[in-house]
Design a protein around this ligand. Structure first.
Ligand code: GUN
Ligand code: ZN
Length: 492
């Protein structure tokens, strides 16, 4: 029973939640962003993160602190919050990432968890093994066994009221990820990061990232807070939130600034290539691109990092508002246009429409059909599944146009692509109040045909006639045999 995370609002797989962090005596609203602070290399001070950006959480690396004598002593004496001068909650990582980069580290899970506890971390992390994508199944399985052992070990460490992360590994094997998630969910640990996705994001493999998240979500309970470890580019937040991620950490804001790179929700730009600044944050309203370029290195890095953080937090707020308004998938669809690999990510999300359908509210604002991918949204899937439950008279006219006035049929139902058929009485209920373009597309027609086929197959004793507006032969060919069709646009 997990009572520290409460879901407040749902949309697709996305949610607004409240995570209680007892050690910080704080409840934070999710989706939330944790800026990464490298204690040896601070670009924007933690105090400024709190005051100017409203950061309630940050993440830093306890392994770096532990292995730097001066930092270790100060952290043990003054505490982590004092050391960093941050008033909010602090999550600490364990050195696992260093392990994956450099092959070995010098602490055990017990040591580093006790150290995290002793310095006052609010959310600690055991030493999981971040298995990279595409390794052999043997390696992924063996390393997962080690990660599972570490989580079980973490359960036995006296961590006080510090929350503890239970990272989910398993490389790119969906069944291993799902098994890892089910195991993590069965522990007494608190927060569930999906691990080792950084290589996928670095290679723009958003579809694989979505598959990895989906597999983890299938193994986790709906009430498990999910962190996407190492994911800091605002372009993919909406996609990841729609898959059910609640927490993100961003090192990108600082790392990219160091290379003169400027984040936008449509991708990264190099400062050298910008003739205009497409943003209204305090940095972008203060400088022209030339002025930014002319700043001394340190100052330019700081200003770029500040811009990068502004767009990152802005996107989190935009996503939360979209969840409240019930149009998160429209935002995802929009973001998917930023890059073909993002479109792959969105299409992969739609492959998991069954998973999203579980959490997606039955009713929300209005369904907007904004691309042919909209035809595969969970609402369409749900409508098709519901057709089975409708009671159907002996003869039905299914029509994109006006009801038949001939009295030839018992009832006349609406047909609206992509949903397909429904009784007129349902036309005021979500999602059938959808706004769809008048110039429909093949994907919507094909989805409507699937709905019709489902209805006809479920009701072999009823007779159906379809009145359509000029649907192409190829689309009509997928209709069940024997269904009579009338082209309402044909001359008579
Ligand atoms: N940071 C980015 N990825 C990971 C991961 O898989 N595990 C841990 N502990 N930290 C990470
Ligand atoms: Zn800006």
């Amino acid at each position: 029973m997990r009572d520290r995370f409460e879901l407040r609002e749902l949309d697709a797989g996305g949610r607004i939640g409240e995570l209680q962090i007892p050690r910080a005596d704080l409840t934070v609203e999710t989706p939330a962003l944790l800026p990464v602070i490298n204690p040896n290399l601070v670009t924007i001070s933690p105090r400024r993160l709190a005051d100017e950006f409203g950061a309630e959480l940050l993440i830093t690396n306890s392994y770096i602190i532990h292995s730097t004598d001066s930092l270790r002593e100060r952290a043990l004496e003054e505490g982590l919050h004092e050391l960093l001068d941050f008033p909010g909650a602090i999550m600490t990582d364990s050195g696992s990432f260093q392990l994956s980069e450099y092959g070995e580290i010098t602490v055990t899970t017990e040591e580093i968890l006790e150290f995290q506890r002793d310095i006052g971390s609010d959310i600690g992390t055991p030493v999981d093994i971040p298995t990279p994508p595409d390794v052999s199944r043997k390696r992924a399985t063996e390393e997962l066994e080690t990660t599972k052992d570490r989580l079980e070990l973490a359960e036995t460490v006296d961590t006080g009221d510090m929350l503890v992360n239970a990272p989910v590994q398993g490389s790119t094997y969906p069944d291993l990820r799902e098994e890892a998630a089910r195991h993590a969910d069965g522990t007494s640990l608190d927060v569930f990061p999906v691990g080792a996705v950084v290589p996928l994001m670095n290679d723009y493999r958003y579809a694989d990232m979505v598959d990895v998240i989906a597999a983890a979500k299938r193994g986790l309970g709906a009430d498990a807070p999910v962190h996407l470890f190492g994911a800091g580019h605002p372009m993919m937040f909406a996609l990841a939130v729609a898959m059910g991620c609640d927490l993100f950490d961003s090192a990108a804001y600082a790392l990219y600034a160091r290379d003169d790179r400027y984040l936008t929700v449509r991708g990264t730009r190099h400062l050298a290539d910008l003739e205009y600044l497409p943003c209204s944050c305090p940095v972008c309203t203060k400088y022209t691109p030339d002025e930014l370029r002319a700043l001394p290195d340190d100052k330019r890095e700081e200003e770029l990092a500040a811009h990068n953080l502004h767009v990152t937090f802005e996107e989190i707020r935009r996503i939360k508002q979209a969840i409240r308004a019930g149009n998160l998938l429209e935002l995802v669809e929009h973001r998917a246009r930023a890059h073909p690999t993002m479109l792959d990510g969105y299409r992969a999300l739609l492959d998991h429409a069954d998973l999203l359908e579980h959490s997606d509210p039955v009713s929300k604002g209005a369904f907007f059909y904004t691309s042919h991918e909209s035809a595969r949204r969970p609402e369409v899937l749900r409508h098709h599944a519901r057709l089975e439950r409708l009671s159907v008279p002996d003869s039905v006219f299914l029509t994109e146009g006006e009801p038949s006035s001939s009295g030839e049929y018992d009832e006349s139902w609406n047909v609206v692509p992509p949903f397909g058929p429904f009784p007129r009485a349902l036309s005021k209920s979500y999602p059938l109040t959808a706004e769809v373009p008048e110039r429909t597309d093949r994907a919507a027609l094909e989805a409507a045909v699937e709905g019709i086929a489902r209805l006809v197959e479920e009701n072999p004793d009823s007779e159906f006639t379809l009145g359509h507006r000029g649907w192409p032969e190829g689309v009509l060919a997928a209709l069940p045999d024997g269904l009579e069709t009338i082209d309402l646009t044909a001359d008579r």
